[in-house]
Design a protein around this ligand. Sequence first.
Ligand code: BV8
Ligand code: ZN
Length: 249
Amino acid sequence: MDIPQQLIEILAKAKSVAILTGAGVSAESGIATFRDPDGLWSRFNPAELASASGFMSNPELVWQWYNYRRNIIYSAKPNPGHHAIAEMEDLYHDFTLITQNVDGLHQTAGSKKVYELHGSIIQNHCFDCNKPYDEEIDVSSKKLATCNSCGGKIRPSVVWFGEMLPEKTLRESERAAGNSDVFFSMGTSGEVFPAAGLPAMAKANNAITVDINPTPTQLSKAADYYLPYTTGEILPTLLDRLKPIISNQ
Ligand code: BV8
Ligand code: ZN
């Protein structure tokens, strides 16, 4: 695998590093991505399933779809890419991990500061009164859980299409992008906004941008460095090259 030495040296000198991850980073943990040929959107229609209108018109279908995904996620383990990202956090004084993923695997791998731009599939709340729902979810049940204070329908605490991203999380992520010396995008098709706008925001503030994806995307073309590999294969190698230089500084 070819990682330009110049990039390693830039990373060794960097003070602020930010990373935006997408579903591709969890692919090697056995979790389907959205837009790969065998991805979720090839089998399900996003507007129907990942939107409030879809939930309102067919709550049981959406609830079952999220339970199907939770079932896979609950038994998934972080992969070497997640662990390498968690290790990178300790190399830098100012490090921000921004994820579009809702599976919680970055936290399981040990990443401490994680901005979940699209929420979390592990948490749930009431669709009607927004009250958090902390009861255990039976992922095998087809029946919708209901809110114990207003009787409303329970929904996963993810951000659906057409819904606002968590305000503070987005603002902090934009600040980190604007402040970074190096901004990575990893495992993302760069198709969903405003998350996909973060690399350009970093570049506009003179960050060096790096995209890691086995398949080139718009982000790969716009990046200063494009590494055409999976995160699980390239990140441990990148760390092996970087750590000795950083520790000798
Ligand atoms: C919003 C639900 C205000 C959670 C998801 C401009 C500005 C603002 C909004 C918009 C805009 N233009 C359009 C919009 C509307 C919309 C949008 O972006 N639509 C797109 C499709 C055009 N955005 C919104 O609605 C957002 N809300 O902005 O509110 C507003 C509202 C209305 C109108 C204007 C403004 C809400 C966005 C969040 C939507 N929720 N999911 C869930 O169920 O999981 S989106 C869904 O896509 C997931 O959250 C996922 O994280 C996200 C992005 O996908 P990726 O992570 O990139 O995954 P993908 O499969 O696409 O790609 C995987 C990549 O990995 C591939 O490239 C593959 O090659 C690579 N890969 C594979 N294996 C590996 C790998 N890479 C590395 N290693 C590997 N091993
Ligand atoms: Zn309620």
